[in-house]
Design a protein around this ligand. Structure first.
Ligand SMILES: NC(=O)c1ccc[n+]([C@@H]2O[C@H](COP(=O)([O-])OP(=O)(O)OC[C@H]3O[C@@H](n4cnc5c(N)ncnc54)[C@H](OP(=O)(O)O)[C@@H]3O)[C@@H](O)[C@H]2O)c1
Length: 311
Protein backbone atom coordinates (compact mmCIF):
# COMPACT_ATOMS: atom_id res chain seq x y z
CA UNK A 1 0.00 0.00 0.00
CA UNK A 2 1.23 3.54 -0.87
CA UNK A 3 2.29 5.61 2.13
CA UNK A 4 -0.66 7.99 2.71
CA UNK A 5 1.45 11.18 2.62
CA UNK A 6 -0.52 14.40 2.77
CA UNK A 7 -4.10 15.08 1.69
CA UNK A 8 -5.27 18.63 0.99
CA UNK A 9 -9.02 19.12 1.23
CA UNK A 10 -11.14 22.21 0.60
CA UNK A 11 -14.41 22.86 2.41
CA UNK A 12 -13.44 20.92 5.56
CA UNK A 13 -15.57 23.00 7.92
CA UNK A 14 -18.90 21.24 7.65
CA UNK A 15 -20.94 18.32 6.38
CA UNK A 16 -19.33 16.23 3.62
CA UNK A 17 -15.86 17.76 3.95
CA UNK A 18 -15.84 17.68 7.73
CA UNK A 19 -16.85 14.02 7.86
CA UNK A 20 -14.24 13.13 5.24
CA UNK A 21 -11.59 14.87 7.38
CA UNK A 22 -12.65 13.02 10.53
CA UNK A 23 -12.71 9.71 8.65
CA UNK A 24 -9.14 10.28 7.40
CA UNK A 25 -7.88 11.47 10.80
CA UNK A 26 -9.51 8.51 12.52
CA UNK A 27 -7.65 5.90 10.49
CA UNK A 28 -4.95 3.73 12.07
CA UNK A 29 -1.57 5.53 12.19
CA UNK A 30 -0.06 3.72 9.18
CA UNK A 31 -3.04 4.74 6.99
CA UNK A 32 -3.49 8.24 8.41
CA UNK A 33 -2.40 11.12 6.14
CA UNK A 34 -1.18 14.54 7.18
CA UNK A 35 -4.00 16.98 6.48
CA UNK A 36 -4.04 20.43 4.90
CA UNK A 37 -7.42 21.98 5.61
CA UNK A 38 -8.19 24.79 3.18
CA UNK A 39 -11.20 26.79 4.31
CA UNK A 40 -12.42 30.17 5.47
CA UNK A 41 -10.49 31.15 8.59
CA UNK A 42 -12.36 31.17 11.85
CA UNK A 43 -13.94 29.06 14.55
CA UNK A 44 -15.25 26.29 12.28
CA UNK A 45 -11.88 25.72 10.62
CA UNK A 46 -10.08 25.64 13.96
CA UNK A 47 -12.73 23.32 15.42
CA UNK A 48 -12.39 20.66 12.72
CA UNK A 49 -8.60 20.96 12.81
CA UNK A 50 -8.65 20.40 16.59
CA UNK A 51 -10.97 17.41 16.22
CA UNK A 52 -8.67 15.87 13.62
CA UNK A 53 -5.61 16.49 15.82
CA UNK A 54 -7.39 14.85 18.76
CA UNK A 55 -7.74 11.76 16.56
CA UNK A 56 -3.97 11.75 16.01
CA UNK A 57 -3.52 13.57 12.69
CA UNK A 58 -0.90 16.19 11.87
CA UNK A 59 -3.00 19.10 10.64
CA UNK A 60 -2.36 22.52 9.12
CA UNK A 61 -5.12 25.08 8.68
CA UNK A 62 -4.83 27.19 5.55
CA UNK A 63 -7.23 30.13 5.65
CA UNK A 64 -8.75 30.77 2.24
CA UNK A 65 -11.93 32.28 0.88
CA UNK A 66 -12.42 30.45 -2.41
CA UNK A 67 -14.40 33.35 -3.80
CA UNK A 68 -11.14 35.35 -3.93
CA UNK A 69 -8.59 34.04 -6.39
CA UNK A 70 -5.83 35.96 -4.62
CA UNK A 71 -6.61 33.87 -1.50
CA UNK A 72 -6.51 30.69 -3.56
CA UNK A 73 -3.10 31.56 -4.99
CA UNK A 74 -1.87 32.32 -1.47
CA UNK A 75 -3.23 28.95 -0.24
CA UNK A 76 -1.33 27.16 -3.00
CA UNK A 77 1.83 29.08 -2.08
CA UNK A 78 1.39 28.17 1.61
CA UNK A 79 1.01 24.51 0.61
CA UNK A 80 4.18 24.62 -1.48
CA UNK A 81 6.07 26.16 1.45
CA UNK A 82 4.89 23.48 3.90
CA UNK A 83 5.93 20.77 1.43
CA UNK A 84 9.31 22.39 0.72
CA UNK A 85 10.07 22.79 4.43
CA UNK A 86 9.17 19.15 5.09
CA UNK A 87 6.53 20.28 7.57
CA UNK A 88 4.21 17.67 6.05
CA UNK A 89 4.75 14.48 4.08
CA UNK A 90 4.58 14.42 0.24
CA UNK A 91 1.32 15.55 -1.35
CA UNK A 92 -0.58 12.45 -2.44
CA UNK A 93 -4.13 13.73 -2.83
CA UNK A 94 -6.12 16.90 -3.34
CA UNK A 95 -9.83 16.70 -2.60
CA UNK A 96 -11.71 19.62 -4.16
CA UNK A 97 -14.76 19.31 -1.95
CA UNK A 98 -15.92 22.88 -1.25
CA UNK A 99 -19.13 23.87 -2.97
CA UNK A 100 -21.72 26.58 -2.92
CA UNK A 101 -25.01 27.34 -4.60
CA UNK A 102 -25.64 31.05 -4.77
CA UNK A 103 -29.37 31.79 -4.71
CA UNK A 104 -28.94 34.95 -6.76
CA UNK A 105 -26.92 34.50 -9.92
CA UNK A 106 -26.21 38.25 -9.97
CA UNK A 107 -23.80 37.67 -7.04
CA UNK A 108 -20.17 37.99 -8.04
CA UNK A 109 -16.93 36.74 -6.56
CA UNK A 110 -14.16 39.19 -5.60
CA UNK A 111 -12.85 38.72 -9.14
CA UNK A 112 -16.20 39.56 -10.73
CA UNK A 113 -17.31 36.01 -11.64
CA UNK A 114 -20.69 34.38 -11.01
CA UNK A 115 -20.31 33.07 -7.49
CA UNK A 116 -21.38 29.44 -7.96
CA UNK A 117 -19.11 28.97 -10.97
CA UNK A 118 -16.30 30.79 -9.15
CA UNK A 119 -16.36 28.73 -5.93
CA UNK A 120 -17.18 25.26 -7.27
CA UNK A 121 -15.08 25.36 -10.41
CA UNK A 122 -12.73 28.31 -10.96
CA UNK A 123 -11.20 28.34 -7.49
CA UNK A 124 -10.37 24.64 -7.72
CA UNK A 125 -8.97 25.00 -11.23
CA UNK A 126 -6.67 27.73 -9.84
CA UNK A 127 -5.63 25.70 -6.81
CA UNK A 128 -4.96 22.52 -8.77
CA UNK A 129 -3.17 24.44 -11.53
CA UNK A 130 -0.89 26.08 -8.98
CA UNK A 131 -0.12 22.72 -7.34
CA UNK A 132 0.32 20.59 -10.45
CA UNK A 133 4.07 20.44 -9.93
CA UNK A 134 3.78 19.69 -6.21
CA UNK A 135 2.34 16.17 -6.22
CA UNK A 136 4.40 13.07 -5.51
CA UNK A 137 3.28 10.11 -7.62
CA UNK A 138 1.17 8.14 -7.24
CA UNK A 139 -1.19 11.00 -6.44
CA UNK A 140 -4.91 11.55 -6.79
CA UNK A 141 -7.04 14.56 -7.60
CA UNK A 142 -10.60 13.95 -6.42
CA UNK A 143 -13.19 16.43 -7.66
CA UNK A 144 -16.78 16.59 -6.43
CA UNK A 145 -19.50 16.26 -9.01
CA UNK A 146 -23.25 16.13 -8.83
CA UNK A 147 -25.74 14.11 -10.83
CA UNK A 148 -27.71 17.32 -11.30
CA UNK A 149 -25.62 17.94 -14.44
CA UNK A 150 -28.32 15.93 -16.25
CA UNK A 151 -32.05 15.60 -15.75
CA UNK A 152 -33.95 12.48 -14.75
CA UNK A 153 -37.55 11.87 -13.76
CA UNK A 154 -36.95 12.43 -10.04
CA UNK A 155 -35.04 15.64 -10.54
CA UNK A 156 -37.74 16.93 -12.87
CA UNK A 157 -40.37 16.17 -10.21
CA UNK A 158 -38.31 18.02 -7.61
CA UNK A 159 -37.69 20.95 -9.98
CA UNK A 160 -33.92 20.44 -9.88
CA UNK A 161 -32.76 21.78 -13.25
CA UNK A 162 -30.11 20.17 -15.40
CA UNK A 163 -27.12 22.01 -16.87
CA UNK A 164 -27.61 24.36 -19.81
CA UNK A 165 -24.10 24.61 -21.20
CA UNK A 166 -22.80 27.81 -22.76
CA UNK A 167 -19.38 29.21 -23.47
CA UNK A 168 -17.44 29.21 -20.15
CA UNK A 169 -16.82 32.97 -20.38
CA UNK A 170 -20.60 33.43 -20.40
CA UNK A 171 -21.09 30.93 -17.56
CA UNK A 172 -18.63 32.98 -15.52
CA UNK A 173 -20.55 36.23 -16.08
CA UNK A 174 -22.98 37.20 -13.28
CA UNK A 175 -26.59 37.83 -14.27
CA UNK A 176 -27.74 41.42 -14.49
CA UNK A 177 -31.03 43.17 -13.83
CA UNK A 178 -33.02 44.62 -10.97
CA UNK A 179 -34.66 41.37 -9.93
CA UNK A 180 -32.98 38.14 -8.78
CA UNK A 181 -33.30 35.57 -11.59
CA UNK A 182 -34.72 32.99 -9.13
CA UNK A 183 -34.15 29.45 -7.92
CA UNK A 184 -34.26 27.82 -11.35
CA UNK A 185 -31.42 30.03 -12.60
CA UNK A 186 -29.53 29.28 -9.41
CA UNK A 187 -29.99 25.52 -9.95
CA UNK A 188 -28.89 25.78 -13.59
CA UNK A 189 -25.74 27.66 -12.51
CA UNK A 190 -24.97 24.91 -9.98
CA UNK A 191 -25.52 22.15 -12.55
CA UNK A 192 -23.38 24.01 -15.09
CA UNK A 193 -20.57 24.29 -12.54
CA UNK A 194 -20.78 20.56 -11.87
CA UNK A 195 -20.79 19.75 -15.62
CA UNK A 196 -17.74 22.00 -15.93
CA UNK A 197 -16.06 19.88 -13.26
CA UNK A 198 -16.63 16.73 -15.36
CA UNK A 199 -15.23 18.38 -18.51
CA UNK A 200 -12.29 19.74 -16.50
CA UNK A 201 -11.60 16.31 -15.00
CA UNK A 202 -11.30 14.75 -18.47
CA UNK A 203 -9.01 17.50 -19.77
CA UNK A 204 -6.94 17.62 -16.59
CA UNK A 205 -6.16 13.92 -16.88
CA UNK A 206 -4.86 14.47 -20.42
CA UNK A 207 -2.53 17.18 -19.10
CA UNK A 208 -1.64 15.86 -15.63
CA UNK A 209 1.85 14.65 -14.96
CA UNK A 210 2.83 10.98 -14.88
CA UNK A 211 1.32 9.24 -11.86
CA UNK A 212 -1.35 11.87 -11.12
CA UNK A 213 -4.86 10.52 -11.61
CA UNK A 214 -8.18 12.33 -11.67
CA UNK A 215 -11.56 11.07 -10.47
CA UNK A 216 -14.92 12.59 -9.59
CA UNK A 217 -17.01 11.66 -6.54
CA UNK A 218 -20.80 12.10 -6.26
CA UNK A 219 -21.76 11.79 -2.58
CA UNK A 220 -25.43 11.08 -3.21
CA UNK A 221 -28.17 13.47 -2.29
CA UNK A 222 -27.60 14.87 1.23
CA UNK A 223 -30.58 17.16 1.86
CA UNK A 224 -30.31 19.69 4.64
CA UNK A 225 -26.60 20.53 4.31
CA UNK A 226 -25.56 24.18 4.13
CA UNK A 227 -25.39 24.08 0.34
CA UNK A 228 -28.86 25.62 0.09
CA UNK A 229 -28.35 27.97 3.04
CA UNK A 230 -29.48 31.05 1.17
CA UNK A 231 -32.62 29.41 -0.25
CA UNK A 232 -36.12 30.41 0.92
CA UNK A 233 -37.02 28.87 4.31
CA UNK A 234 -39.83 26.72 2.80
CA UNK A 235 -37.36 25.24 0.30
CA UNK A 236 -34.90 24.41 3.09
CA UNK A 237 -37.66 22.83 5.22
CA UNK A 238 -38.78 20.67 2.27
CA UNK A 239 -35.19 19.60 1.74
CA UNK A 240 -34.80 18.58 5.39
CA UNK A 241 -38.09 16.64 5.26
CA UNK A 242 -36.98 14.75 2.15
CA UNK A 243 -33.83 13.77 4.02
CA UNK A 244 -35.85 11.17 5.88
CA UNK A 245 -36.52 9.18 2.70
CA UNK A 246 -34.73 5.83 2.45
CA UNK A 247 -31.78 5.80 0.06
CA UNK A 248 -30.99 9.46 0.65
CA UNK A 249 -27.47 9.97 2.00
CA UNK A 250 -26.00 12.05 4.81
CA UNK A 251 -22.59 13.66 5.31
CA UNK A 252 -21.93 11.09 8.05
CA UNK A 253 -22.39 8.28 5.52
CA UNK A 254 -20.78 9.89 2.45
CA UNK A 255 -17.82 11.59 4.20
CA UNK A 256 -15.97 8.30 4.84
CA UNK A 257 -16.70 7.25 1.22
CA UNK A 258 -15.00 10.45 0.04
CA UNK A 259 -12.04 9.71 2.32
CA UNK A 260 -11.81 6.29 0.67
CA UNK A 261 -11.59 7.92 -2.78
CA UNK A 262 -8.46 9.77 -1.62
CA UNK A 263 -6.82 6.92 0.27
CA UNK A 264 -8.04 3.42 -0.48
CA UNK A 265 -6.27 0.88 -2.65
CA UNK A 266 -9.73 -0.06 -3.95
CA UNK A 267 -9.86 3.21 -5.89
CA UNK A 268 -6.17 3.44 -6.90
CA UNK A 269 -6.99 2.46 -10.50
CA UNK A 270 -9.39 5.37 -11.09
CA UNK A 271 -8.32 7.92 -13.71
CA UNK A 272 -9.69 9.96 -16.65
CA UNK A 273 -12.34 11.59 -14.44
CA UNK A 274 -13.92 8.24 -13.51
CA UNK A 275 -17.23 9.03 -11.81
CA UNK A 276 -18.08 7.27 -8.55
CA UNK A 277 -21.55 7.67 -7.07
CA UNK A 278 -21.09 6.86 -3.38
CA UNK A 279 -19.44 3.44 -3.90
CA UNK A 280 -20.43 2.69 -7.49
CA UNK A 281 -18.26 3.39 -10.52
CA UNK A 282 -20.76 4.90 -12.94
CA UNK A 283 -20.68 5.78 -16.63
CA UNK A 284 -21.48 9.47 -17.14
CA UNK A 285 -24.09 10.56 -19.69
CA UNK A 286 -22.80 11.20 -23.24
CA UNK A 287 -23.19 14.98 -22.72
CA UNK A 288 -20.38 14.87 -20.15
CA UNK A 289 -17.82 13.71 -22.73
CA UNK A 290 -17.15 16.42 -25.30
CA UNK A 291 -13.58 17.03 -26.50
CA UNK A 292 -14.41 20.43 -28.03
CA UNK A 293 -16.08 21.72 -24.86
CA UNK A 294 -13.29 20.29 -22.70
CA UNK A 295 -10.59 22.01 -24.75
CA UNK A 296 -12.56 25.28 -24.84
CA UNK A 297 -13.14 25.14 -21.07
CA UNK A 298 -9.42 24.69 -20.50
CA UNK A 299 -8.53 27.66 -22.70
CA UNK A 300 -11.28 29.88 -21.28
CA UNK A 301 -10.23 28.96 -17.75
CA UNK A 302 -6.69 30.10 -18.49
CA UNK A 303 -8.12 33.47 -19.60
CA UNK A 304 -10.45 33.73 -16.61
CA UNK A 305 -7.70 32.93 -14.13
CA UNK A 306 -5.24 35.43 -15.53
CA UNK A 307 -4.57 37.66 -12.48
CA UNK A 308 -5.84 40.95 -13.85
CA UNK A 309 -8.88 41.86 -11.72
CA UNK A 310 -9.67 42.05 -8.04
CA UNK A 311 -6.29 40.70 -6.92
N1 LIG B 1 -25.60 18.18 -0.44
C1 LIG B 1 -25.81 17.41 -1.50
O1 LIG B 1 -26.88 16.81 -1.66
C2 LIG B 1 -24.73 17.26 -2.54
C3 LIG B 1 -24.97 16.39 -3.63
C4 LIG B 1 -23.99 16.26 -4.61
C5 LIG B 1 -22.80 16.94 -4.48
N2 LIG B 1 -22.60 17.76 -3.42
C6 LIG B 1 -21.31 18.46 -3.32
O2 LIG B 1 -20.65 18.04 -2.15
C7 LIG B 1 -19.74 19.07 -1.71
C8 LIG B 1 -20.00 19.39 -0.24
O3 LIG B 1 -21.34 19.81 -0.12
P1 LIG B 1 -22.10 19.92 1.28
O4 LIG B 1 -23.48 19.46 1.01
O5 LIG B 1 -21.29 19.33 2.38
O6 LIG B 1 -22.16 21.53 1.40
P2 LIG B 1 -22.02 22.53 2.65
O7 LIG B 1 -22.60 21.95 3.88
O8 LIG B 1 -22.55 23.82 2.16
O9 LIG B 1 -20.43 22.65 2.82
C9 LIG B 1 -19.72 23.33 1.82
C10 LIG B 1 -18.29 23.55 2.24
O10 LIG B 1 -17.69 24.41 1.24
C11 LIG B 1 -17.16 25.55 1.90
N3 LIG B 1 -17.24 26.78 1.12
C12 LIG B 1 -18.31 27.32 0.50
N4 LIG B 1 -17.99 28.52 -0.02
C13 LIG B 1 -16.70 28.75 0.29
C14 LIG B 1 -15.80 29.81 0.07
N5 LIG B 1 -16.15 30.92 -0.61
N6 LIG B 1 -14.54 29.71 0.54
C15 LIG B 1 -14.14 28.63 1.25
N7 LIG B 1 -14.94 27.58 1.49
C16 LIG B 1 -16.20 27.65 1.04
C17 LIG B 1 -18.00 25.72 3.16
O11 LIG B 1 -17.26 26.50 4.07
P3 LIG B 1 -17.97 27.46 5.18
O12 LIG B 1 -18.21 26.58 6.35
O13 LIG B 1 -16.96 28.53 5.41
O14 LIG B 1 -19.23 27.99 4.56
C18 LIG B 1 -18.17 24.26 3.58
O15 LIG B 1 -17.02 23.78 4.25
C19 LIG B 1 -20.01 20.26 -2.65
O16 LIG B 1 -19.06 20.28 -3.67
C20 LIG B 1 -21.39 19.97 -3.20
O17 LIG B 1 -21.59 20.60 -4.45
C21 LIG B 1 -23.52 17.93 -2.44
Amino acid sequence: MTEPGTVLITGPTRNLGRHAVLAMAGRPAHQRPDLLLVGRSGRDLTAVADEARALGARVHEIGCDLSRLADVRAAAAATRTLLAEGAVRPLRALVANAGAMSVDTRQASADGYELTFAVNYLAHAQLIGDLRGSFTAPARVVLIGSNTYHANVWRKLLHVPAAEWADPVDLARPATGDQAPGMTASGVAYSNAKLAILYYAHELQRRAGEGVTVSVFEPGWMPGTALGRGAPKAFQAMSRALGRFPGVSTPQRSGPLLAAMALDERWAHLRDGAFVVKTKLTEVQPVAHDRDREQRLWDATTELLAPTTGT
